[in-house]
Design a protein. Structure first.
Length: 757
């Protein structure tokens, strides 16, 4: 190191002596032409030649910075006239140095690196800088073109990493568009072959930045893709052109899923109007015999018409079970048919005890139940396919699963004060969100049904002079077909505002529907936020989260809170429950509500009613419950201490004191002793309320039918005075009790509920 420093100092001293002599001649007034004839200038020229050959940038900078203007001009003339080739090589090597370091290459930047100056003027020497700059890039261009022709991704990735994207494409376009497009297509086919959906971003990444076919590769686009994709649009958007062609080809080739049970990786195609999503199911890690059965089971569902997403869900439900079996040391089976009920219980317990790194529960009970239920169906299929003896019992069917409807968070309806705030604030959202929310709030449609509404969803009924909303209830479509119902369900739309919003949504998306050849009205263009060129934009349908997330942001922004001062957390299904609440509270029958909500059975609607009114008691109508509670007979109240009375209220609200008939709550204190009554009807310890009205009506109708059958029986037997029979009078008395209870509850609702509306 000391030797190198000493040699450098000697070079500087030697050249400084020459410069000093020449500077003295300049001071004497000699012209540039005269200076160039001096022997010392010839020595300086020779030293410059050595500097250029040895790439001694430091010494060249010293020479130029130590010389006067006149001497610099003389040096410049010699460089241009006699040493131009050597100087061009000298500058090219500095370009290469910048290139290897990933620095931006520009004439100004190279000049600054060689001379140590930020500014420069035009002149013959600067022209040599420009010539060297272009020579260097010509070499890079040739290297780049050769790499494109050879489909050498590694070389192209290296060049890409060292150049600005604008320069990269300017080197190629427009003259070399053909090899670029061929290379992009080659990379695009690799992406498709590996199982990805072709997109401009994936093609960009794979072609210029990273090999996406490497299974260890994590797709993380570097910054600036959106920004840097613009410069080459003036050349015709080659990457977007290729994406359009390949996507069209991929759509045509993969329009129909084809699954082969011999393949260990399945690729399922899910199509969102113009955009493909490829779902990969990897069976490689599954033991052979279990894998064979699992493939057959999923393929069976596929042949039945199960959608790609449904097959994916079944796959992951069973993978939780299979992965748990591998984690448990004492479960070592070739087939899931070898599992016994104790091992199944162990799998269930293991899933319950799984924790995330944060310490939170890994799987919710509803998720675990989904896996156990799928395993139950899987084993049923294996038993049937393998024709197992009838004495074999499915161990997953012996497992009693907890009621997740009780354990999971109950979906609330939206209280009136929240609805009022949302109605005002929702105007801040884009029109499609306003339209979707208003439709859900007024029709009770599920979000999936709203987002699948078609352009002809409104039908005018000439006789009734109202619009009907026609939609496909996708959740229960298979069951509707099974029982012979039409795919479409129709409900009346009485509010003209809702009709107008639907018409607006139809009109607003007419252009997109024509572009994508689709009938859906809740659709949008992709890439609008990223300002992609139209050729790269595709029409897709909105998802539930596209609507739900902005509404929750709106709630946070406007600080919309419930009665407890907590921010409301919105979900789409709340709209459905809110409409059910309004209909049932306003006196609509279970049958009418069931028809509007599109339920297959009234049992589902009845469950809605029970859930809704439990929430109503617990939240908005607490005063109504207090009024009911205050009507309890004094002797009953006296049996409870103050603390016991508060505990009793909480037990009632939680449903812990339900009667066996389900028509109320028992207030019996332990001090009263065992109950001797056969029925709770008419008991002073029975507390009932509006939430039990459907059950009272059900009991009333059943009792009425029973009395009619009893009367018919006595008439057929010739018993003329059967109405005087004690048995018949007792049944009539029970019917009258039901009727009186219903009247009281309906009167109670009218008196108490209206003040809250």
């Amino acid at each position: 190191m000391n030797l190198e420093l000493e040699m450098c100092n000697n070079k500087i001293l030697n050249i400084q002596e020459v410069i000093n002599v020449l500077e003295k001649e300049c001071v004497k007034g000699k012209t540039i032409k005269q200076i160039k004839t001096l022997g010392h200038f010839s020595t300086l020229s020779h030293k410059l030649l050595q500097i250029f050959k040895e790439l001694d940038y430091q010494l060249y900078r010293y020479v130029m910075n130590s010389s006067s203007f006149k001497l610099k001009k003389a040096i410049g003339q010699v460089v241009v006239q006699e040493l131009s080739q050597e100087f061009i090589y000298f500058v090219e090597q500095m370009c290469k140095c910048h290139y290897e370091l990933g620095k931006e290459i520009s004439i100004k930047g190279i000049y600054a690196s060689i001379r140590g100056l930020q500014s420069f003027t035009s002149g013959p020497v600067i022209e040599l800088y420009e010539l060297a700059y272009h020579n260097f890039y010509n070499k890079i261009r040739q290297e780049l073109i050769q790499s494109l022709l050879e489909f050498n991704k590694e070389a192209i990735h290296q060049i890409w990493s060292k150049l600005r994207q604008t320069i990269f494409f300017e080197l190629l376009l427009p003259e070399n568009e053909v090899p670029l497009i061929n290379y992009l297509k080659h990379c695009g086919y690799e992406i498709i072959e590996f199982g990805y959906t072709i997109t401009w971003q994936k093609l960009w990444l794979h072609s210029f930045q990273a090999d996406m076919t490497d299974e260890n590769h994590i797709i993380r686009p570097s910054g600036g893709i959106v920004r840097e994709i613009r410069p080459f649009k003036k050349y015709g958007d080659p990457i977007l052109t290729v994406v359009s062609e390949l996507r069209e080809e991929q759509l045509n080739n993969m329009d129909n899923n084809v699954l082969n049970t011999k393949d260990d990786v399945w690729k399922l195609v899910e199509k969102n109007i113009e955009v493909l999503r490829i779902i990969k199911l990897n069976f490689k890690s599954i033991p052979f015999f279990i894998k064979k059965g699992l493939k057959g089971y999923l393929h069976n569902w596929f042949e039945k018409g199960e959608k790609a997403r449904g097959i994916q869900q079944r796959f992951w439900n069973l993978m939780r079970i299979i992965n748990t079996m591998k984690e448990l040391d004492n479960i070592n089976v070739f087939s899931m048919l070898e599992l016994d009920k104790y091992q199944v219980q162990q799998i269930f317990s293991h899933l319950q005890n799984q924790k995330k790194k944060s310490g939170d529960v890994k799987y919710k009970m509803v998720t675990i139940n989904g896996s156990m239920t799928e395993a139950r169906l899987f084993l049923d299929w294996l038993i049937e396919r393998n024709k197992i003896a009838t004495h074999y019992s499915n161990p997953f069917r012996e497992l009693i699963l907890p009621n997740t409807r009780i354990d999971s968070d109950n979906i609330p309806y939206i209280p009136d004060e929240i609805v009022r705030q949302l109605q005002t604030a929702i105007k801040e959202c884009p029109l499609h969100i306003q339209h979707a929310w208003l439709i859900m709030m007024n029709t009770g449609l599920r979000i999936s049904e709203v987002l699948k509404l078609e352009k002809n969803c409104l039908e005018w009924d000439i006789k009734e002079k109202i619009f009907y909303l026609k939609y496909i209830p996708h959740k229960i479509l298979r069951y509707r077909r099974k029982i012979g119902l039409d795919d479409y369900n129709k409900i009346p739309i009485l509010d003209p505002i809702v009709v107008n919003y639907i018409k607006k949504q139809i009109d607003n998306t007419e252009f997109l529907r024509q572009k994508a050849n689709t009938n859906y009205i809740f659709i949008r263009l992709t890439g609008t936020k990223r300002k992609l060129h139209q050729s790269a934009q595709r029409v897709i349908a909105y998802t539930g989260s596209d609507i739900e997330a902005p509404i929750n942001r709106l709630i946070r922004r406007n600080k919309i809170k419930n009665v407890d001062g907590e921010l409301w957390v919105y979900s789409h299904h709340q709209c459905r429950k809110t409409l059910a609440t309004r209909l049932l509270t306003e006196g609509a029958s279970i049958q009418e509500t069931s028809q509007i909500l599109g339920h297959l059975t009234e049992k589902t609607t009845l469950q809605y009613y029970e859930d809704i009114d439990k929430m109503k008691i617990a939240q908005l109508d607490r005063t109504l419950f207090e009024a009911l509670f205050d009507e309890i007979q004094t002797e009953v109240i006296k049996a409870y201490t103050k603390d016991e009375l508060n505990a009793l209220k909480e037990e009632i609200l939680q449903g812990a004191r339900e009667t066996p008939e389900g028509h109320g709550t028992c207030l019996k204190h332990v001090s009263f002793g065992p109950c001797k009554k056969k029925s709770c009807v008419g008991c002073s310890l029975l507390l009932t309320g509006p939430q039990k009205l459907p059950m009272w009506k059900k009991l009333y109708h059943e009792q009425k039918e029973y009395i009619e059958r009893l009367a018919t029986y006595h008439s057929e037997q010739g018993n003329a005075n059967y109405e005087e029979y004690r048995e018949f009078q007792a049944e009539n008395h029970l019917l009258k009790t039901y009727e009186d209870t219903i009247k009281k509850l309906e009167s109670f609702i009218k008196e108490r509920v209206k003040p809250h509306e």
